[in-house]
Design a protein around this ligand. Sequence first.
Ligand code: ADE
Length: 439
Amino acid sequence: MHFNIITLFPEFFDGPLNCGLLQRARELGLISFSFLNPRDQTDDARRTVDDRPYGGGPGMVMMPKPLSLTLQSLGFAPHSEEGPGPLILLTAAGRPLTQQKAGRLALDSENPCLTLICGRYEGIDARIEELFPAETVSIGDFVLNGGEAAALCLIETVARLRPGFMGHAESGVEESFSSGLLEYPQYTRPEIFEGLAVPKTLLCGDHKRISVWRRQASLCATLEKRPELLPAALRESVDSEFILSLPETKLGRNLNCALVHYPVLDREENSSASSLTNLDIHDIARSSCSYGLGAFYVLSPLADQRELLRDILRYWTKGRGARSNPDRAKALALVREGKDIAEARADLEKVSGHKALLVATSARNSGASLPGINFAEIAEELRKRPVLLLFGTGHGLAPEALELCDASAPPLRPVNGYNHLSVRAAAAIMFDRILNDWR
Ligand code: ADE
């Protein structure tokens, strides 16, 4: 595999490409490099490669001509797909470098040739990308001085996937991301270091047990650090069962919600009581159950409304509804009846043995008098104590309800002109933002 590296600083690559496995791969002829400096394509005495940006602003921009000539010297032709192989522009504005992309670049053809453009200064003249269509690659959401360090990352991750690069063919497969999961922790001698012992399973000699332990350790690491990778990586139902048995995935149990029917605002912004809505009760119960919430309180001081709630719950958790739809029965079993917020709070404290944090939700910033708490902070609270999320029906929680709360969550679509989510949609979105475990 050959890499053409277009850079104003070829010396940047001296050390990294001349040690360890990369050096060995060069010696074995598995990989090779050419360095091309756009300065060599200039014709002025100062060998100028950059100039000030049109439109003003700080910094300098790489001029198109030296870069264009460099690319043409490699066989790329302007306005065409012609060239010795894929052309990659390293830039913070590119698409993320992933293991999958590295695999594709490494194994695209038998003897691939990658050309990497390392941008410098404020970037390169945008016409280069128009003339020579390139794949843009970023190594992360941060800004480097130039593309050289990013090119090194790409070279290393691509090269090590080439056949023959690694001593042990397996090490490539077992690692982070190859399985879609983060790597399990590794240990070596001594067995006890500074009082810390190597996990017993790794010493038992039973390869089956060790492989289960490693898979589970990978699942735990991924759940903790990169939960968004999990859904695509889960292999068998044992994976899901294991994940569901972990305390982290049980955090949802500390989350509770309440649908408040009094005191809520009416159309004229007066405090009033609203009526129960069958659809909200069903749908919020279903979302609560899907996200593993502890309880869903339906609160109304009106005796006839609570009577109605009992009828609904009886039918769906014990009556014909439960027999014909057991899944619905399971969801509605989470519903607790209550007169008001104080009653829900007291019940929650009785059940959990802890003082609950009451968080108001609002489509507007009506909880502005309360301390704000964002979704990540609510998730942190769940590790310590139960949280009760309060959803107002009608036109939202009235000031008397807000007074009972400890904090207020941010509105979901604050900058949108239209912000009229149904309370059941808002509840589901908030559960997801807070628990955020299967992004
Ligand atoms: N050039 C500057 N920052 C970069 C980044 N994060 N990734 C790739 N190239 C870059």
